[in-house]
Design a protein around this ligand. Sequence first.
Ligand SMILES: Cc1cc2nc3c(=O)[nH]c(=O)nc-3n(C[C@H](O)[C@H](O)[C@H](O)COP(=O)(O)OP(=O)(O)OC[C@H]3O[C@@H](n4cnc5c(N)ncnc54)[C@H](O)[C@@H]3O)c2cc1C
Length: 433
Amino acid sequence: MRERFVIIGGGFGGLACARELGDTKHSVTVIDRRNHNLFQPLLYQVATAALSPADIAEPIRRTLGRYRNINMIMAEVIGIDAQSRQVLLDGNDRVDFDRLVIATGSEYNYFGKDGWRANAPGMKTIHEARQIRQRLLSSFEKAERAHDEQEKRNLLTYVVIGGGPTGVEMAGAISELGRFMINRDFRNIQLDQLKVILIEAGPRILAAFPEKLTEYARHYLEKIGVEVRTGEKVLDVTSEGVMVGFEFIRTGCIVWGAGVKASPAHRWLGLDAVPGGRIPVDRRLQVVGHRNIFALGDTANFTGTDGKPLPGLAQVAKQQGIYLGRLLKNQGADSAAFEFKNRGNTAVIGRNAAIFDFGNWTLKGRAAWFLWAFVHVYLLINFEKRILVSIQWIWRYLTRQRGARLIEEGSIGKIDESVPSVVYSVTGPGGDR
Ligand SMILES: Cc1cc2nc3c(=O)[nH]c(=O)nc-3n(C[C@H](O)[C@H](O)[C@H](O)COP(=O)(O)OP(=O)(O)OC[C@H]3O[C@@H](n4cnc5c(N)ncnc54)[C@H](O)[C@@H]3O)c2cc1C
């Protein structure tokens, strides 16, 4: 029987699912609010001028265009009418479905302080990464022109909030970028004026990793000039800086990496979300209480074999997308439960330094960094991106140059307030990305 499958979200999970359903007798519609699939693990490289946005984003139509049975709609989903089996879009449109897949991912969590978002962007979209890059590079230019020593120091102080993988990656990359630029390209600012502060409320950074890897990461960060502060809570964020305890830190740029929350999709179904705002699903990713609706990736709450929810990771979303695509293709004939195969958890700390946790064994240092680079290039969406990013990384490795150090005209000194103000709900373990 020919069925109408609708997939909300063209991210890691949604695309993997759609591809499995490509060139089948079924009709497939992918709906996404943006026209591109984004490789979020490398967003921090856009924010720190190592890569350009187009290196890590690919139009969804380009990826799916070869499958004649797949249609793409660029629209914001605002609700689901489960009774009449329709997805509600902005502009009063509706899309009918026989089976629906929700793969809407997650968003940064400001823990009720959404006003902080404009001053401390997270890294979920190209817009936010470019905004951080803009502020970062502008602050160096302003410091170069500043006459007052204290003003220079304030401009060259960078605060990263959240000691998870994203915060660690950002802090390391900002420090390395700053040191390189000050040593080589600037004349009126000195290395001792640069300060990168990583603030984590918990007792240690990279809490999802074994303690010995955390220690290694901390030492490495300190070696490259990052001040790591654990057990300290951010109390306020303003356009001037960050309040931590009784101290106000004036800063040139603030980056938010302190937590994510699932998309609001559970509200569309009138469900009580589990902690993290995630949609409860059964062993076959079927939404509890809805026979024809499935959820996967960051927005779904799937309990792993250890009794804990699977973390918000690309590998989870991708594996679930492939599993669900096959399940739907075979119309449930293959009813084995989804099983997550952990390929290892990783974080990059700086040039030549990364960590890997494979469960039974771990890896750190230069070997881990090469493995990290290999895995991330391999995971990019197509061959063209793999080649482009590989060439740039090799060039950068040899020269330490960063090719995307561009400040867009007319923006120096201005704070762009136009970060989308979408409001979502809470996170699951490992979901600090
Ligand atoms: C900075 C950063 C670094 C990361 N690094 C790593 C890493 O190194 N390794 C790793 O495994 N994971 C990493 N992650 C996590 C990983 O990116 C996510 O787990 C993964 O993207 C989840 O896939 P998904 O398909 O569930 O959602 P996503 O890939 O986020 O896709 C969701 C899609 O849904 C669309 N959407 C959402 N709401 C709507 C709506 N209302 N209407 C229409 N469309 C909508 C979005 O536009 C998006 O395209 C990182 C995340 C971030 C932010």
